[in-house]
Design a protein around this ligand. Structure first.
Ligand SMILES: [Zn+2]
Length: 389
């Protein structure tokens, strides 16, 4: 049961989130949208202004009557450090509350976790010192693996091979800032809920990250799904072909051995089509294949189309299983979406007979959904529903 303090805390978060998503917004509009009493809204808004979460701006334009003072989120109130760890590179950003990245940098991800985490934590300390005018809310970290809900350690990250590593403790100890950490696909699903760009009330979102591996983040009925231990969403390691290639997880024929960027590189290497570029075949990267595909290189196009087919097969499994409204695709494959889209669409149309028809949305790599998700992880405690259980 919620006591009056909890109820007020929930109302405060509802108001703060409404200001964030509807700004500029008047107190009257907040009362209308939230269904709360005008007096409750006013008292919460006063508190938020006092704590500098919210600022008052210009007078709003209304057809008649007294013009209301409009409210805005104070984007400058605090900063969040976002860290996206991927197997080869790690990106660090400093973000304002309104998702403006005021600093971005990229460092190579180290092979030895303790040494790398030491380096990373010290780099964050340097960044915080260099931007001491900012009050930091915390650090959000996205990882290509799953975090055990009890121990908070990395438990499943076959493409990073940092088994059982505690990322949170050394970062918190060295920086003195609270650290939130989650899987990259969960971060992307959270980013979609948070950024609200599509302005539709979508409650069932799947985010599929396609990179060295494949991860799925699931928001079902507006809740991030984590499973009993935090391992939910590992569809990348569902067996799609029992006789397929060996996966980094030790299994054969996992979905990601057929539809990840690594799979595409293998398709390219195995192709009989002519290899045109001056680079030796063994040094071709996924970025090279994307560039070549954009230039209509037959071998690259064939490899990407094969990847698209298997991507579509796995997406069909997600569609029949979850009936989502939206599936977001995250990763460099979206740069050649005009090549991928017809194949994915046809595969889903052929395989899915349940009538479920989600929108498949390729995300723009430049919007950095993983990093937006890390910021949302840190801010969710002020804007999202409180954890009651
Ligand atoms: Zn696997």
């Amino acid at each position: 049961m919620a006591d009056s303090g909890t109820a007020r805390e929930i109302n405060r978060r509802i108001i703060l989130n409404l200001i964030r998503t509807c700004q500029p917004v008047s107190r009257a509009e907040l009362a209308r949208r939230s269904g709360l009493q005008r007096s409750t809204v006013s008292s919460i808004v006063d508190e938020l202004i006092q704590e500098k979460w919210v600022i008052e701006g210009a007078l709003g334009d209304v057809p008649r009557g007294r013009k209301p003072t409009m409210l805005y989120l104070n984007g400058e109130r605090a900063g969040v450090i976002g860290i996206n760890i991927q197997p080869t590179r790690t990106n660090i950003v400093v973000s304002t509350l309104d998702l403006h990245f005021i600093l971005t940098e990229s460092i190579p991800t180290g092979k030895e976790p303790q040494q790398f985490l030491d380096f990373l934590a010290n780099r964050v300390v340097e960044i915080v010192r260099a931007h001491s005018e900012i009050t930091y809310e915390g650090i959000g970290v996205s990882v290509p693996g799953r975090i055990d809900l009890t121990t908070k350690k990395l438990v499943f990250a076959p493409n990073l091979s940092w088994m059982g590593v505690d990322i949170r403790t050394p970062l918190e100890k060295t920086t003195g800032l609270p650290v939130e950490i989650d899987n990259a696909a969960n971060a992307c699903a959270l980013a979609e809920l948070w950024s609200n760009e599509r302005k539709e009330q979508v409650k069932n979102i799947l985010a599929v990250t396609v990179s060295e591996g494949i991860g799925v983040g699931m928001v079902l009925n507006a809740q991030l799904v984590k499973g009993a231990r935090g391992l939910a969403g590992e569809f990348g390691h569902f067996t799609m072909d029992p006789n397929g290639p060996l996966c980094n997880c030790g299994n054969n024929g996992c979905w990601e051995t057929l539809a990840s960027n690594t799979a595409c590189l293998r398709f390219y290497a195995q192709s009989k089509a002519q290899h045109l570029p001056s680079k030796p075949l063994s040094t071709i990267t996924y970025d090279d294949i994307i560039k070549l595909a954009l230039q209509n290189d037959a071998r690259a196009v064939e490899a990407v189309q094969k990847q698209a087919y298997y991507l579509g097969l796995g997406l069909s499994m997600l569609v029949v299983g979850f009936d989502p409204e939206v599936i977001l695709i995250v990763g460099p494959i979206t740069r050649v979406w005009s090549l991928v889209d017809p194949i994915v669409t046809k595969t889903i149309e052929t395989r899915v007979r349940t009538g479920a028809k989600p929108k498949i949305i390729p995300t723009d790599p430049d919007t950095q959904p993983r990093l937006v998700g890390t910021v949302a992880m840190v801010l969710a405690k002020h804007f999202g529903a409180p954890q009651l259980f």
